[in-house]
Ligand binder design. Structure first.
Ligand code: E4P
Length: 274
């Protein structure tokens, strides 16, 4: 499974990249807002175009940049603009298009995202279909030519808990096979958890040999990274804070302390010149 970092903060991207494990980056308007807020709080000048270009130069893998409109023609224009402006920098731009840009059930533009995905992918622009909450949305995105589909695992868990008056903290673990309330397993229309959504999409794509990659997004804790991998996700995009936790285990730290305190001079002298 490839590991992307889910942040717009360049310093965080550079740090994770320095570990040699970074395969890509995902951005969205909220992550860009957070990065801009940080720069402003530090009193730094912001040249957004150059800032994004620096991100693109930092990583060799895909960097997803999202459109901001909710109407077919405008999304296509923005997708072309993003690709033309930024792809020549490092040839690693993916345009992120919401699977449905509609703000409600009854609006007329439910399929504008799908139409934009078809036009842009038809022009050779790689697309990351975002805000995916059902396997059928993923299937339609894939059929439309998306290179990646992004199921929002953490937000599925938030939604199920929110709908069932379950209090939680953002990083709380939510079991892959769901939770019971009143003796019944609760779900969002048959989706038991965010990881269950990822797994259902993987299963469908495998069944039909669909080449679109499943990018597990909205990851909240290390265990979700493991479960995304076990579910067969091609990629997980992970917040900086969660990547930092991936190597922690109490017994690893304890073992390090014990090994360090057991070092004898006879052995250390071979390894150290000083
Ligand atoms: C990345 O593609 C998504 O935009 C992101 O993972 C959403 O994460 P969140 O639900 O924590 O905001």
């Amino acid at each position: 499974m490839k590991l992307f970092v889910d942040t717009g903060i360049l310093d965080e991207i550079k740090e994770i990249n320095s570990y040699g494990i970074l395969d890509g980056v995902t951005l969205n308007p909220s992550l860009i807002k957070k990065a801009v807020g940080k720069l402003k709080s530090e009193g730094q000048e912001i040249n957004m175009e150059n800032y994004i270009k620096n991100i693109l130069k930092t990583v060799s893998g895909p960097v997803s940049l999202e459109v901001i409109s909710d109407i077919f023609g405008k999304m296509v224009d923005e997708g072309r603009r993003i690709f033309k402006l930024f792809n020549p920098i490092a040839n690693n731009v993916y345009v992120k298009i919401p699977i449905s840009p509609s703000f409600g059930k009854n609006t007329n533009n439910q399929f504008d995202g799908i139409k934009a995905i078809q036009v842009l992918s038809g022009e050779g622009i790689p697309i990351n279909a975002t805000l995916v909450f059902t396997p059928e949305q993923a299937l339609i995105a894939a059929k439309s030519g998306a290179s990646f589909v992004s199921p929002f695992a953490g937000r599925v868990d938030d939604y199920i808990r929110g709908n069932n008056d379950i209090k939680f903290n953002k990083s709380d673990y939510f079991p892959e096979y769901g939770i019971k309330k009143g003796g019944e397993i609760i779900s969002d229309n048959g989706i038991l958890s965010g990881i269950d959504l990822v797994g259902q999409i993987v299963e469908i794509f495998r069944y039909y040999d669909i080449e679109t990659k499943v990018l597990a997004a909205s990851i909240r804790n290390p265990r979700q990274v493991r479960e995304a991998a076990l579910a067969g996700a091609d990629i997980a995009t992970i917040p900086y804070s969660v990547i930092k936790k991936l190597l922690y285990h109490y017994k690893t730290s304890e073992g390090m302390k014990n090994f360090t305190s057991d070092i004898v001079t006879e052995y250390a002298n071979i390894l150290r010149n000083d």
